[in-house]
Design a protein around this ligand. Structure first.
Ligand SMILES: [Zn+2]
Length: 381
């Protein structure tokens, strides 16, 4: 890609969006990986593609040499979306309305992948290289919590000096400098079944116990400390005339720091049943650790803000994101991570998901300048 025009970039985005890639559809995500692999090759990258594991699609890595050697930049992008195949033909067709371009996954995060690759292709086509080596890693299962790629992401992060994440920007274009941790807990109660008529007193209700646990769990929410516990799903019982033997609930926990995470984890794992005849099991499910802004992340942000200024636009500031990304893994390892470098838009995971066409050229140029100017010294502090 020689020209970084709005038309050329929008067409690059459209090609990403045209291939629907819901996480659970391995063939679909691998079609997306095929497209990404073509782009990596066109940007001069050496390809490493590993077959998917745990029922997910392939992990795709491209390595581009820099002007210098040594630990480089790891660029993370996930190629899966939450939208089932067919969304593009029905609820969320590709369309441009003024400055908005709509499509499944366009904001989260095909737009970000498209512009990052456009910047790398542009460098390659003009016979240049990034200053530091750049490794691009495309993740097939981020929307499921990256169960099959977490270990690979962490292994790559340890070998790199800087991590950039092309996830969507925050409101107005804010970059993400820290993220809350996210943990899912599964609660299960097992009671004693009984006929709800004549033998009601012999039963021990799993639902009744779960109801009390849910209140206890939700009471751990502390808005002042930005700790939230949300019982998002619950189910239980088999028949209305039976004292229920089973109930289960899933808790979605958001925590700002590792200390808060440990505190909440200890409280949840210490929960005990009110009714000694009912069994309670609490297990930790998928987990993304929190990461906080470090001086090195501040230096990355300040550098990006200065580059944006040279390019003639202002970043809208920094933010602590409530949602998780693969940046959680790298930031929590202590590798300086600047996230939210994708496109500006709104409506992730909805049928009004869109990006702002006006952000495409400036954001692509910002990538270009980051690749040209980032140095290990910037984050060495
Ligand atoms: Zn995302």
């Amino acid at each position: 890609m020689q020209d970084l025009t709005p038309e050329a970039l929008l067409e690059a985005v459209r090609r990403w969006v045209a291939i629907e890639s819901p996480t659970q559809d391995v063939a679909a995500v691998n079609r997306m990986a095929d497209h990404a692999e073509g782009l990596l090759r066109a940007a001069g990258a050496r390809i490493e593609r590993s077959p998917g594991t745990m029922g997910y699609a392939d992990i795709l890595i491209g390595r581009i040499a820099g002007e210098t050697e040594g630990p480089g930049i790891l660029l993370l992008g996930h190629i899966d979306t939450v939208h089932p195949v067919g969304t593009l033909a029905a609820e969320l067709p590709w369309r441009i309305d003024g400055d908005r371009a709509y499509g499944p996954g366009i904001y989260d995060m095909k737009g970000g992948n498209a512009i990052a690759m456009a910047a790398l292709a542009h460098l390659h086509a003009s016979g240049r290289r990034p200053h530091m080596p750049v490794t691009i890693m495309f993740i097939p299962d981020e929307e499921a919590g990256s169960p099959s790629s977490r270990a690979r992401i962490e292994a790559e992060a340890r070998r790199h000096a800087i991590v950039l994440v092309a996830e969507p920007s925050g409101e107005g274009g804010r970059l993400t400098v820290a993220r809350h941790g996210i943990a899912r807990y599964h609660l299960k109660t097992t009671g004693i079944p009984a006929h709800a008529g004549a033998y009601h007193a012999k039963g021990r209700s799993a639902i009744r116990e779960m109801a009390r646990q849910i209140l206890a769990v939700e009471a751990m929410t502390d808005y002042d400390r930005t700790i939230t516990l949300n019982v998002g799903t619950m189910a239980g019982g088999t028949h209305e005339n039976m004292v229920p033997i089973h109930a289960e609930a899933c808790v979605y926990v958001l925590v700002p720091t590792a200390e808060a995470e440990a505190e909440v984890r200890a409280r949840l794992l210490a929960l005990t049943p009110h009714d000694p005849d009912v069994k309670l099991d609490v297990t930790l499910g998928l987990f993304r650790p929190p990461y906080r802004k470090t001086p090195a992340i501040q230096a990355l942000y300040d550098h990006a803000a200065a580059l944006a200024g040279e390019l003639g636009f202002a970043l809208a500031g920094e933010r602590v994101a409530g949602g998780g990304s693969d940046g959680n893994f790298t930031g929590a390892l202590g590798v300086p991570t600047l996230d939210g470098l994708g496109v500006i838009g709104d409506g992730p995971h909805t049928h009004h998901e869109h990006l702002l066409v006006s952000c495409l050229v400036p954001r692509t140029r910002l990538y270009l300048r980051l690749f040209e100017t980032l140095t290990p010294a910037l984050v060495a502090g």
